[in-house]
Design a protein around this ligand. Structure first.
Ligand code: FDA
Length: 308
């Protein structure tokens, strides 16, 4: 109930105005979002890299209906990739892209614009020797996103994609993508989805996550295990060992500000851990999904407001 309400609030312009206007919100948002500019993002990358962690940077700004905003997002990605290279960090960080931030929802030729824009970001990533991963948004975009992935991988075979274990289709998508050179980030899924397409029960989602992990670990691609769940982390390690994968043949991924001690522990024990750090002004939808995921995040937010 609470999760659905928070996810609905995450798409409500009036709640958005209320939350954004509160001056006390910003310090709390900083726990999950390291800053607004490419320089802030690169600073966070350096700090995380000094702790032995890898990074993927997401420029916030989903669901745009404005072509000039999509262009600005592309320019920002290209700039952040340039700054990463200048500062010698391109081997520590890649970028994650939401196709809805680069034009997928534009009414005229949205998919083509998103593909062209994603291609520009891939060219910039290729020039500095790093990779791009496509985020996955709600289920109405899955086919379009996987289609764009296929097109991009013709020229940039290292482009990765996110699959969401809560979707009933995902085990099959994992089979399709568990091929040589294919990078798949497996997460549980963060949107409010109908029962017709998604498992609703947490234990069903967890069971699906394990089935998908098995497919990816057994396959020939590069699994990226995106979860904070200690059970899933342990199962991923066991499956990697069972299928003869070395530490370099898969990686763990967690969100910026969530379980930082665990992130450092995995890295200290020789695992590869990549932190997903989102930056920019458009933090509202991302922030609300983090609150929806976990009552403790919401309690932290409310407590911070109460004690200011
Ligand atoms: P879940 O929320 O089920 O929690 C399981 C357990 O993990 C908890 O019981 C607790 O032990 C531990 N835990 C979780 N959060 C914690 C916290 N804040 N503090 C302490 N312990 C905590 N989603 C999507 O739909 N599309 C996408 O493209 C992405 N991309 C993405 C990238 C990366 C790198 C990550 C890590 C996640 C995403 N997600 C996503 C979000 C994802 O779908 C999911 O909503 C969150 O990761 C939460 O699910 P968990 O697997 O962490 O476990």
């Amino acid at each position: 109930m609470l999760r659905s309400a928070l996810l609905a609030a995450g798409r409500s312009p009036s709640v958005r105005r209320l939350v954004e206007a509160n001056p006390l919100t910003k310090p709390v948002v900083r726990r999950f979002v390291p800053g607004t500019s490419p320089e802030d993002a690169v600073r966070a990358t350096r700090e995380l890299s000094e702790q032995g962690l890898f990074v993927t940077l997401d420029r916030l700004g989903e669901d745009t209906l404005d072509a000039s905003q999509a262009d600005a997002t592309v320019r920002d990605y290209r700039r952040v990739l340039g700054v990463l290279a200048e500062q010698g960090l391109a081997d520590r960080a890649e970028v994650s892209v939401k196709l809805s931030a680069v034009g997928q929802f534009l009414s005229k030729d949205g998919e083509k614009i998103a593909l062209d824009n994603a291609r520009l970001i891939c060219e910039a990533a290729s020039a500095v020797g790093t990779t791009v991963t496509l985020d996955m948004e709600d289920h109405t975009t899955t086919d379009s996103t996987l289609g764009i992935l296929r097109d991009l991988r013709v020229d940039f075979p290292w482009v990765g994609a996110v699959l969401q274990a809560y979707l009933r289709r995902t085990e099959q998508d994992c089979r399709d993508l568990a091929t040589a050179g294919s990078r798949v980030r497996l997460c549980k899924g963060a949107y409010a989805e109908p029962e017709s397409v998604a498992f609703q029960d947490k234990s069903e989602v967890d069971r699906s996550y394990v089935r998908c992990l098995k497919v990816l670990m057994r396959g020939e691609g590069y699994p990226m295990v995106a979860t904070h769940d200690p059970r899933m982390v342990a199962i991923a390690g066991d499956l990697a060992a069972r299928f003869g994968r070395a530490e370099a043949d898969f990686e763990y991924q967690m969100l910026y500000g969530i379980r930082p001690d665990e992130q450092r522990r995995i890295a200290a024990e020789g695992g590869k851990l990549r932190v997903y750090a989102a930056y920019g002004d458009e933090w509202y939808g991302y922030f609300m999904r983090r609150l929806a995921e976990r009552p403790a995040n919401l309690a932290f937010f409310l407590r911070s407001l109460a004690t200011q």
